[in-house]
Each structure stands twice: as structure tokens, then as C-alpha cells.
Design a protein around this ligand. Structure first.
Ligand code: FAD
Ligand code: EPU
Length: 338
């Protein structure tokens, strides 16, 4: 295994920021991970795992070691009458896994089609889209603890999954490496069409009885119409999370802003559409140099070419402030700022 110095990360982060890592280690086995961690400890530098780089914002060069674990297996590990259990290596591209399951006729992940990134990052923020979250089909994961160099298995009850959240974004942030994830998939798929635009898209496609392929295609069509492709415009998807407010704050806002876009949650509070809030503050389509707010989705901050992470971070501060001033609501960044 070779540890590379001053390694360029521009093609390894979907914002396309031109930053370098002081050290970079492509690793493919546990032994190599161990060696890379020893190296970082000797040099006394921090370690960061990088997957597909689609949810990170580098605001400067990374003065530590980037670990890139590319193990990309898929294997069926067991099955029952109803379920099939599939274990995927952390380095496998997420959408390749979804496409594979759809092709095999295993249900559960189809609404999560076309989300960028790798399998290993999917539990980090419990990726979600169109009424489904990764946790709904999560069985377990294997985790390597950097400090002890030991592996352990975590089940859903260990992972503290929440909306775009998990233990790996909090208490275990930066503490280890997710090596593989096992998913529980339905042999008799049940289609989730609860998200309004899915039904509308299926109708437009002329589909009355969806199957896994058409569900996947509907999601892909919606995503392509709304979200910028990082291969064309640098971005990391939703920059902020949709904020949750109490029923009373929601009521107050609804009186002041009758068109407020919100969704009732089971716990009695409400989720607000951050994209709508930002849009109402006039940011949609804003551009300052190469840093901007996407013209079709105000929740997505973009790099048109030569912007850097600092500029985008400053723009995100301004967006955050304006939403706070107009609505009294504090947005939280979804993207991992480094
Ligand atoms: P990275 O960006 O490489 O890493 C993200 C974080 O996870 C970092 O902190 C990193 O250190 C850590 N990490 C990565 N791999 C590991 C590992 N194996 N072990 C330990 N830590 C690790 N997200 C959604 O939830 N829903 C969406 O609909 C969605 N749409 C998107 C659309 C676009 C166009 C883009 C660009 C992004 C979108 N995202 C969405 C965000 C992103 O795709 C997900 O967060 C994805 O899971 C990130 O995967 P990654 O491999 O690129 O992770
Ligand atoms: N809206 C506006 N203006 C905008 C953007 C959105 O008015 O500029 C309104 C829309 O009209 C809609 C509402 O806001 O009524 C919600 O918009 P959308 O359906 O596009 O979803 P979102 O809340 O912006 C969330 C996730 C996405 C996920 C989609 C589909 C978060 C932070 N984002 O976006 O996830 O793909 O729903 O489920 O929860 C991501 O996390 O990176 C991501 C892309």
C-alpha cells in the first residue's frame, strides 16, 4: 500500500473544490487500513474516511490522512420466505446496489435510486428520499474502530438513526470505518407511493400498476428534473436539512405565511420545506461569481466552476441568516463541512 502526499481531491468531491489532502491512502483490506491508521498516528494527523465525496464541503486543504476504502462486493448472506439479506461492501456505488436489487426483483431501495455516493456512507446520515429511508431496510453493519483496531457488528438499535442523522454523525464521528452494510429486502415488494410527486410521475409515464423498474424510473425522472447533476454543476444535494418546528410555532408561521410548505410529523410537530423558506427569501438562482443557489431547487448550493468551499460556506451563512430573520427558523447544514 502506498501513502500518497499532497493528493488532489478535486475529482473526489462533488462540489469540485480544488483542495489537497496532506496524505491519501487508497485501502482495500483491513490490514491496509491498519497500516494507514498507524501511519496517521505516527504523524499525529487526523484521519477522514472519504466515500464518493457527495456530502462533504472542503473549506480548505485537509491537513491529515484521507482513507479511501474501495471494497465493493455484493453477496446474499441469507434468506427467509419473505426477505433476502444482502451484504454490500462500503466502496460499492449506492445506485449500483439499487439497480442490482431492482433487477433481481428485491424490493425496498427503489425509492432511493440515483442518490450519489457509496454504500458505506448510507448509514452515516441515514439517506432518504421519496418517503423511504435507508434505516427502513437496514439490518446491520460492520464497523472498524480506529482506536482499538477491532471490528464489531451494529444493528439498527445501536445506530441512533434519525432524519439525516445517526450515531456516526455524532458520538462516533471520525472514530472508525463502516466496512460493509447488510440490507433486508422484500421478496414480495410493497411499493411506497406516499410522496405525491411519485404518483404524478407514474401517471405521466402511463403506469397504473407500478413494479420495481417503473418505481425506480419514476424516481430517476423526478430527480433528473429537479436536482443538478454534479458532473455538470458542482453540488452536494440538499445543503440544509428541513427544519422541525413545534405545533405552536407552525401555527404562528402559517398565519403570517399562508402558503408555508410543511408536513405534520407523528410526534405532533411539523417539518418545514427549507427549499421553500430559502426560495421565499429570494435566493433561488442567486449567483455571486461561481458560488450560487440552484435555479430549480433553492436547497441546493452550487459551484459553477471556480468557487471554493470558503465562498460557498459564506453564502450558506447569508442564506441561514436571512431565513432566521424572515421566519425565525434556524437552518442546520446537512453537508459535512471539513
Ligand atoms: P462522502 O461525501 O464521501 O462522506 C460523507 C460523510 O460520511 C463524511 O463525513 C465521511 O467521512 C463519512 N463516511 C463516508 N464513508 C464512510 C465509511 N465507509 N465509514 C465511515 N465514515 C464514512 N442524500 C440523501 O439522503 N438523499 C438524497 O436524496 C440525496 N440526494 C443527493 C443528490 C445529489 C445531486 C448529491 C450530490 C447528493 C445527494 N445526497 C442525498 C447526499 C449524498 O448523496 C449522501 O449523503 C451520500 O450518502 C454520501 O455518500 P458518499 O459516499 O459520497 O459520502
Ligand atoms: N420548494 C420550493 N422552492 C424550492 C425548492 C423546494 O418552493 O426552491 C418546495 C417544493 O415545491 C416542495 C417542497 O419545497 O413543495 C419540498 O421540495 P422537494 O420535494 O424538492 O424536497 P426537498 O424537501 O427540497 C427532500 C430531501 C432530498 C430528497 C427529496 C425527496 C432533505 C434536506 N432533502 O428535499 O434529499 O431527495 O426530499 O424526498 O430532506 C439530500 O438530502 O441531499 C436530498 C437531495
Amino acid at each position: 500500500m502506498e501513502i500518497l502526499s499532497n493528493y488532489p481531491l478535486q475529482s473526489l468531491n462533488t462540489f469540485g473544490f480544488k483542495v489537497d489532502a496532506k496524505y491519501f491512502a487508497p485501502v482495500a483490506s483491513l490490514a491496509e487500513v491498519g497500516k494507514a491508521i498507524d501511519f496517521a498516528q505516527q504523524k499525529q494527523v487526523p484521519v477522514m474516511v472519504l466515500g464518493g465525496g457527495s456530502n462533504v464541503m472542503f473549506t480548505k486543504d485537509f491537513e491529515g490522512l484521507i482513507l479511501k476504502y474501495d471494497y465493493d462486493s455484493i453477496e446474499v448472506i441469507s434468506e427467509t420466505e419473505d426477505y433476502i439479506y444482502v451484504k454490500a461492501g462500503a466502496g460499492l456505488n449506492w445506485d449500483q446496489l439499487v439497480a442490482y436489487c431492482v433487477e433481481k426483483g428485491w424490493g425496498g431501495l427503489e425509492n432511493l435510486s440515483l442518490i450519489p455516493g457509496n454504500v458505506g456512507a448510507s448509514p452515516i446520515q441515514n439517506i432518504g428520499a421519496y418517503g423511504v429511508e435507508m434505516k427502513d431496510h437496514f439490518e446491520s453493519l460492520e464497523y472498524l474502530h480506529f482506536e482499538t483496531n477491532e471490528t464489531s457488528i451494529s444493528f439498527a438499535s445501536d445506530c441512533q438513526f434519525g432524519y439525516r442523522d445517526s450515531i456516526f454523525k455524532n458520538a462516533l464521528k471520525g472514530k472508525g470505518l463502516i466496512l460493509n452494510v447488510t440490507f433486508r429486502l422484500d421478496k414480495k415488494p410493497v411499493f411506497n407511493t406516499s410522496y405525491g410527486t411519485i404518483l404524478w410521475e407514474l401517471e405521466t409515464m402511463g403506469i397504473t400498476e407500478p413494479n420495481l423498474q417503473t418505481m425506480r424510473q419514476a424516481v430517476i425522472n423526478i430527480r433528473r428534473s429537479k436536482l443538478p447533476d454534479p458532473a455538470e454543476i458542482g453540488n452536494a444535494g440538499s445543503f440544509f436539512k428541513n427544519p422541525e418546528v413545534s405545533a405552536s410555532q407552525h401555527q404562528e408561521l402559517k398565519e403570517r405565511f399562508p402558503n408555508l410548505v410543511s408536513f405534520a410529523l407523528d410526534n405532533g410537530s411539523f417539518k418545514l420545506a427549507a427549499g421553500w423558506l430559502i426560495d421565499q427569501c429570494g435566493w433561488k438562482g442567486y449567483r455571486d461569481g461561481d458560488a450560487g443557489v440552484h435555479a430549480r431547487q433553492a436547497l441546493v448550493l452550487v459551484n459553477y466552476g471556480k468557487a471554493n468551499g470558503k465562498q460557498l460556506f459564506e453564502l450558506s451563512e447569508k442564506v441561514l441568516q436571512s431565513v432566521k430573520e424572515k421566519f425565525g427558523v434556524e437552518l442546520e447544514r446537512e453537508v459535512n463541512v471539513v
